[in-house]
Write a protein that binds this ligand. Sequence first.
Ligand SMILES: [Zn+2]
Length: 64
Amino acid sequence: MQRHTHEQQSAIGACVGCGKFIRAGYGTKVKGKNYCKVCVDGLFTKKEKEVEEMGESLTLPPLD
Ligand SMILES: [Zn+2]
C-alpha cells in the first residue's frame, strides 16, 4: 500500500464524515471541518430526502 501512503502525504486533511484522507481539490470545508465530496453530497441528499419523506407523510404534492 505504498500508493496509499503517497495519497496521505498530499492530503489536506481527513474527512470527518467517513475518515478518509482528502486530497487537495477533492474536499470542502464546512464550518471549519473537512468533508470529502462524497460526504458533502450525502449531507445535502440526506436533507433533501428528509424533506421529501416529510412531504410524503403529509401526502403533499412535491414542490417543483
Ligand atoms: Zn467523507
